[in-house]
Write a protein that binds this ligand. Sequence first.
Ligand SMILES: [Zn+2]
Length: 265
Amino acid sequence: MTDSRNVADFLGEDGCLQCGVCGKRKQLRINFMGRDRVVGCLCDCEVQARKEKEEQLRREEAQRELYQRKSVGLRDRRFWEWRFENDNGSNDKMLIARQYAKNWEKMKKENVGLLLMGPVGTGKSFFAGCIANALLEQGERVMMTNFSRILNEMTNYQADKNQIVQNLVDYPLLIIDDLGIERNSEFALEQIYNVIDSRYCKMKPLIITTNLGLNDMKDESLDVAHKRIYSRILEMCVPVYCGGADKRREEGTEKLGRMQSLISG
Ligand SMILES: [Zn+2]
């Protein structure tokens, strides 16, 4: 053991060292195999110091694990800064993000996702990023990425597409940023549907941000490939309009009411 003597320590009546601070023994005399021996032991200060050291190591380990989860799950370095503590309070919809993160266990159990809509600059990605960081900090595994990145990985000649889909399904929460900007090839639409439908079948929640409006997603003139993607998303996700006043925000209120009754219920 480390020598933790200090000047105030003193020898007790039995010749063993005692702590000058807490007064407890730092040594004791034992009889071992017929011989008298003096062995070290921990006084209260040393027990306390050891506890603090272990606590410190646990905190450092937790930090390392968090860093690891974020490195894997936040596929864009910008996402790291999108945290509730960096919210300037300008968007009242952020309350929904806070409620979602706070009630995550319920959202997960009930498979409640979010469809965050609004034009560029309305903070919908920030909204999603705050949820991602909050849950990662709670120890949850979250993946926040976009379909352009996923499709790039899939078109790598060595890629195992099924494995990539499986990995995305394994995350308790998957966040897809900016749906609708990726390419529209038959392959892309097939894989996008595949990822979303796989989570649907496993009843795992999905958060999506998009510039698309509900009218775009419910457009009767869409082809089947788009229709089936959007209809799955609308089944899985509560629409939240992140911009200011807009008629589109009204369309989501019924489902939003359901989410809020879940939260308060
Ligand atoms: Zn002591």
